[in-house]
Design a binder for this molecule. Structure first.
Ligand code: CA
Ligand code: CA
Length: 582
């Protein structure tokens, strides 16, 4: 072969490999994310959000040799809660931090490649700390939502802004804290702000340009829209039937915020979003089921229509946001989804049609309902479980106070659970707490807290609040549990190495035996862990990463529990651990 031909061939090879590189993250790669072990492309380690890795190099026998590779500080004067899940692609880690910051870090060395610090206005109104839970990758972009309710897409190599879109008005209480979801070539995002009477919704955009494609509101009575290439909106049908489950004008400020984002199952072709509390918290002001608040909503991505919904807390009166992630899995040859709800019940639901298969408690104390009727799918309410009507109160304008469990921070909150197809168990970070709660009159005012309720959270047991529980979805049995003094607020990961990883507010990242719950390894990260770990492999080395930085809703809203854990220190860093096969 002559030199010229060789040169031509070489340049073809280089340009084709360059083209493959430039093509970046594709839909097929995202669909396969759970199976590919050299990258982490989505929140949930796969859009189904099982948080299960097929990797086995770090296992029950070798995990004791897991050692730190590097740690990276988010820096800055402002720390607060760090709830972010890192993404791994093309030799880089992409990790978001408090105050709408994002970093690209060299995956092997921990060297900072670039940082983007979103300029936040004075008046942002996040309810529950200045957190962010992660980004999404598409093509050569990394995309995340900000506390002033914008979406920002950055070039993965340079950190330069490629597009930026305003989702809504932060002064009306809108913000974004969840990681975006990519499914079927769409960027799917929700909004936070249920405590301010926002309109919860799911939006679909072109991930390359940020251009809106459709918007589906999560409140019955609100109009959905489709958008053409020039951004012109056309009506795409009202959600539900106006005034069917919301009286008068209450549906106009009904909350139902989609603040934890969604999951997607390629076998059903549906995206699943959880919705938050109906607004205001005072349920006497909005008689009815208040659809589609405190629900799981399955969306058809082509039409932007609701395929099915399942409401975990109809006519919620306790701030039992139904946002918890809907994790799809196989059981008895069928595709189900599981959800550990804030209201204390664990639900197993047919992922194709929303039919309830099983529901059982995963915490010890539940006061608002005695169970879930498996025939009707509805809760069996305890008559005296709801805080009293303020218009009938004897204490001035304050309704009767009740003790309710779980507390509004939930039997489980934002911290995602994991599912192992090996053990067929869900690993659920649960909390045992209750609250005194009462209702008060309230009227909607733009940008004002829209609660009509007061509360104080209390621990239930002396020795623990948090408990990592191995839940059998078929039997409802808790196979094992590991108690934790502080409330658990980080997520969970499980691996084919027979391990369960999770973090604690006391600062530890721990590895347990997935079958027994026996602790096999732990590492002190220097601040509380309130974020989910991830794992991946590069060459002969398996890595584990977790973000550390105490904060989130507990120190702000935890009442007696917040006092109990006020010794915990803030931080802001990401830790990476490694185990080589050599
Ligand atoms: Ca992957
Ligand atoms: Ca809420």
């Amino acid at each position: 072969m002559n030199k010229k031909l060789l040169g031509a061939l070489f340049s073809v090879l280089v340009s084709s490999s360059f083209a493959a590189h430039a093509a970046g993250v594709t839909d097929a790669m995202i669909e396969n994310d759970a199976k590919t072990t050299n990258d982490v492309l989505s929140w949930g380690m796969g859009t189904e959000a099982q948080r299960f890795s097929p990797l086995t190099q770090i296992n029950t026998k070798t995990v004791s040799k897991l050692t730190p590779a590097w740690s990276f500080s988010f820096g800055g004067e402002k720390q607060r809660g760090q709830e972010s899940q890192p993404l791994i692609y093309n030799g880089k880690m992409f990790v978001t931090a408090s105050y709408s910051r994002i970093y690209a870090i060299d995956m092997k060395t921990g060297t900072k490649l670039w940082k983007y610090e979103h300029r936040l206005p004075e008046g942002i109104m996040p309810c529950c700390d200045v957190v962010n839970r992660g980004a999404a990758l598409y093509d050569n972009l990394v995309i995340f939502g900000t506390l002033d309710a914008q979406l920002v897409a950055l070039n993965q190599d340079t950190g330069k802004i490629v597009w930026k879109e305003k989702v809504d008005d932060y002064a009306a209480g809108y913000s974004i804290s969840a990681a975006p979801l990519i499914a079927k070539g769409l960027l799917l995002t929700g909004v936070s702000g249920g405590e301010f009477g926002v309109i919860g919704r799911v939006e679909a955009r072109n991930p390359r340009t940020g251009q809106l494609i459709w918007m589906r509101p999560m409140i019955e009575g609100q109009m959905g829209y489709k958008y053409d290439k020039d951004g012109n909106a056309t009506a795409n049908g009202v959600t539900g039937t106006t005034n069917k489950t919301w009286p008068g004008d209450t549906w106009k400020t009904g909350g139902s915020a989609t603040w934890l984002g969604g999951t997607y199952d390629n076998s059903t072709g549906l995206a699943y979003f959880g919705t938050g509390n109906p607004a205001p918290w005072n349920s006497w002001l909005r008689p009815g089921d208040n659809l589609y608040s405190s629900s799981t909503v399955a969306l058809d991505l082509d039409s932007g229509q609701i395929k099915w919904s399942y409401q975990t807390t109809p006519h919620d009166g306790w701030d039992y946001d139904g946002v918890n992630e809907f994790v799809t899995f196989n059981m008895d040859g069928k595709r189900y989804g599981a959800k550990a709800d804030r209201n204390g019940f664990f639900y197993v639901i047919d992922a194709t049609n929303g039919k309830l298969e099983n529901a059982f408690p995963f915490v010890k104390k539940i006061t608002w309902a005695s169970g879930i009727d498996l025939k009707t799918g509805r809760p069996i309410y305890n008559e005296n479980g709801r805080p009293g009507d303020p218009t009938k109160g004897k204490e001035g304008e304050k309704g009767e106070t009740v003790f309710a469990a779980p507390a509004f921070l939930g039997a489980k909150n934002q911290m995602p659970m994991a599912y192992s197809p090996q053990t067929k168990l869900f690993y659920v970070p649960a909390n045992e707490w209750g609250m005194d709660i009462w209702n008060e009159p309230v009227t909607y005012k733009k940008g004002g807290a829209f609660l009509g309720a007061g509360f104080t959270i209390h621990p239930i047991f002396d020795d623990y609040i948090g408990a990592l529980r191995a839940v059998n979805p078929k039997t409802g049995k808790i196979e094992w549990e590991v108690k934790n003094n502080a409330p658990l607020w980080g997520g969970v990961m499980t691996t084919a190495g027979g391990l369960v990883f999770y973090g604690t507010p006391e600062g530890y990242l721990k590895a347990l035996d997935a079958k027994t719950g026996k602790e096999l390894w732990k590492f002190q990260t220097g601040s509380g862990v309130v974020a989910p770990p991830v794992t991946w492999k590069d060459g002969d080395t398996q890595y584990v990463a977790v973000v550390s930085g105490w904060g989130g809703a507990v120190p702000l809203w935890g009442g007696e529990v917040a006092k109990k854990v006020n010794f915990l220190e803030q931080g802001g860093s990401v830790w990476v651990f490694k185990l080589s096969s050599k």
